[in-house]
Design a protein around this ligand. Structure first.
Ligand code: AHR
Length: 540
């Protein structure tokens, strides 16, 4: 048996034996979960479980696109293994083509016959990480082999909706209208619909979600919020809709910059010329836990610090929501967290071409899980989330190079959590002793256990993260308002906090069955140290 598998099995056995009550008395619990079955918080939008893909490093080329003539198994150029995996986890939406790349991208370069598509310098050519590529390759000179048709086909093949980001920095607003027309005008109705048909689709793509720029405070134009508000008005006024209920996403703050949100919303809703656009539905937020270390080189304090930085997304959601509500009184606009994840220093990318590529450990899986739990707890505020990024990049679900491919622990998180999509979020309390740690000379605190719960028909799903890297938590779960009839459990954890999947050992970190005991109407379960777990309660 592989060493890690042995340790994992041993840990499960210890966890299970701790659940056995002595002499019939319930064991002493370290942690408690209380779920209110009749206190719904709102429907968890399936779109919270989306992904982000950008023309950067190995995301598109070498990642999801290998080309039709590749020796690597593919579906019309799309990496087959990646498509097959994604089908299993129900990805609802994918964002493309950026990111910063979007505001330097001309969608026309990526449509029409492949042989005629132009080559242009990629936005990321200037990135210091790109210096190692010595001005060579598709990461530097964008070949436009992968464009709108290829992206939409990718989405269709995995059952996801496309979410496109328009270029506000360097294309006129008419080009935004025309991109919408290319995607959505009825078969044969416009010259662009005919061009789309040549690209493989008579039928319109009916793209609903459109970002109006990306990071317009930075790479998307370095605008002041007032100026971006004017651009937003211009780009979003009278876009052709072709019967599609367009959902426009404004480029929101850098992290929790409240000033950007105040000044933008003031200029849209609060000015003496209010702008009432019913398609304005989303306000984009990006939150990275940027860390000055490599993904695999860390100690306890960094484990906790990264989780704490990711956990800050809850504060961002609450603060931004409160500012938005001062202007958008009915809260017609909801939050779209379309970039998030821990971001480390270069050094663990699997190939030099993978700009921002990094390994993904069990710590990153916990960071992703706690972010998804946070979204679930705020279903009225957050309508979409897209993880940055799908493959060979910051917080990837997959790492691949040429014919080698693996699913990271993050992939398993999305697999375990998919069942929350469309469920009714339930109010829940998670309590365990706080964790106190010291990071770079500063003392800090993080909760010990946190999570979320949702209900679909007669199944309540509870997901939780035990942030404590060393102590399992003997946890008692009570359900208020309904009876638990049956419980099953799944856990993702590792013997060592640095564990990750490699081409040699692609299943080192993967979900395992977790024993959970139902007695006296309550569940007793030992949540392993440094783990994320899912409990599925059949209720009556
Ligand atoms: O995800 C990488 C980059 O991070 C994106 O292009 C940009 O939007 C953000 O700054």
């Amino acid at each position: 048996m592989h060493r890690r598998h042995f340790l994992k099995t041993a840990a499960m056995a210890t966890a299970a034996s701790m659940c056995v009550s002595r002499g019939g008395a319930a064991p002493q619990a370290d942690a408690f979960i209380e779920i209110m079955a009749d206190e719904g918080l709102g429907e968890i939008s399936p779109l919270l479980y989306g992904q982000f893909t950008e023309h950067i490093g190995g995301v598109i080329y070498d990642g999801l696109w290998v080309g039709e003539h590749s020796k690597i198994r593919n579906y019309h150029g799309l990496r087959a293994e990646l498509v097959d995996h994604l089908k299993k986890i129900h990805v609802p939406i994918v964002r493309w083509p950026g990111g910063c790349f979007a505001d330097s991208y001309n969608w026309r370069d990526g449509v029409g016959p492949l042989a005629k598509r132009p080559r242009h310098a990629n936005f990321w050519e200037v990135e210091p990480d790109a210096q190692r590529l010595h001005e060579q390759g598709p990461q530097i000179f964008e070949p436009n082999e992968f464009g709108t048709d290829e992206f939409v086909r990718f989405c269709q093949s995995i059952g996801a909706e496309p979410y496109l980001a328009a270029n506000v920095r360097s294309l006129p607003s008419l080009e935004f209208d025309h991109w919408v027309e290319y995607c959505n005008s009825p078969a044969g109705s416009t010259s662009l619909a005919e061009l789309r048909a040549e690209g493989g689709s008579h039928d319109p793509y009916k793209v609903r979600w459109w970002g109006v720029g990306n990071e317009s405070w930075g790479c998307g134009g370095n605008f002041l919020p007032e100026d971006y508000a004017s651009e937003f008005r211009r780009y979003s006024t009278w876009i052709p809709s072709f019967g599609v209920d367009l959902q426009l996403v404004g480029s929101g703050p850098n992290d929790n910059d409240l000033d950007w949100t105040h000044r933008f919303f003031e200029n849209i809703f609060g000015s003496n010329h209010p702008y009432d656009n019913r398609h304005f539905k989303g306000w984009s937020v990006h939150h990275y836990a940027a860390h000055g270390e490599q993904a695999l080189r860390f100690e306890d304090s960094s484990w906790y610090q990264v989780l704490k930085e990711c956990d800050y997304v809850e504060q961002i959601i609450e603060d931004q929501w409160s500012v938005m509500g001062q202007y958008d009184k009915e809260h017609r606009v909801r939050l779209v967290v379309d970039e998030y994840g821990p971001w480390y220093m270069e050094g663990t990318e699997l190939d030099p071409t993978h700009i921002f590529g990094q390994q993904v450990t069990v710590r990153d899986a916990l960071a992703t899980a706690l972010t998804l739990d946070t979204f679930n707890r705020h279903p009225e505020k957050v309508c979409m989330g897209t993880n940055a990024q799908l493959v060979n990049n910051i917080n990837a679900l997959f790492l691949c190079h040429e014919d080698k491919f693996l699913a990271t622990p993050n992939y398993h998180v999305f697999g375990m959590y998919a069942v929350h999509q469309g469920g009714q979020a339930l109010r829940a309390n998670f309590s365990a002793p706080n964790i106190h740690f010291n990071h770079e000379g500063k003392s800090s605190t993080l909760w010990g256990l946190n999570g979320s719960a949702s209900r679909k028909a007669n199944v309540i799903t509870v997901t939780a993260v035990n942030a404590d890297a060393h102590s399992p938590k003997l946890t008692r779960l009570k359900l208020r308002g309904m009876n638990i009839q049956q419980v099953t459990g799944t856990a993702l954890f590792a013997a060592d906090m640095h564990d990750h999947n490699t081409f040699e050992d692609p299943t080192a970190v993967q979900p395992a069955t977790l024993r959970a005991d139902l007695s006296g109407g309550e569940v007793n379960v030992t949540i392993p140290a440094g783990s994320l777990v899912k409990l599925e309660l059949t209720v009556g």
